[in-house]
Design a protein. Sequence first.
Length: 262
Amino acid sequence: MTDLPGASLASLEQLQELGILPAACRSVYISGSLVRGWGNALSDVDIYVITEEDYRSETAVYVQVPLEPDTLPVEIKYVDGRRWDIEYWRTDQIQQVISKVDWSVLEGTQEVGRRLSTDELDFLERLSYAYPLAGADWLGSRQKQLADSGLRSVMVARALNSVDTYTQDVVGQLEAGDVESSVLSVKIAFGYAMDALLAFEGEYGQNAKWRARRFRTAGPTIVTFDQYWAIETMQSFDPSAPRAWVEEALRLCQHVSMEVSV
């Protein structure tokens, strides 16, 4: 694992020198775009410190999360000109997040995946390809737990629910002659459709800026990269006759909804 992209960007020794590494940690790992080899000279280093107890610091900011405890400490440091974002998660918070993608969630009455916040979704996605600096066994166990969970189905169902909502909007807007609104709605529907397709292939990221990268990595066959990129970049869009492009994008959204299963 020593040649993994981004693996040399941070160390326990540096965290100790900064005075932000708790004495007792279950695991410390890095993740994010740099670990995937997608980053650049301006990309942040995303570090996760896993503890049993609360981390307290006068320099940390505290993010609200729908968990117990309901705050997430985050330290922001600059090392050699690069920003480090260090999040401190308690083990019981992590278990709560993973429980939200348990298979039983798919049997409930609540709309699938809506209980997950953006911070929780980012955490789960980054957990799946994290690189350990300490506590590799703990990290490996959590990654297996996540792989055995209903995350894939939850994320697919979550995205497909949104696809259905926005494609209905598109159809209604086209019938009403509101083509301009249908352009905006189908762009949103298309984003969710691609997220559903990529989640089906095991790519759970929600950040649209990495969608092309995730598509290249996943290599789905239901929709080719060229088909995806043509709609993403609106290659056939004619401002004087936008309806044709809306219908083209809508057909692709509907195709994904029919072919991708939870």
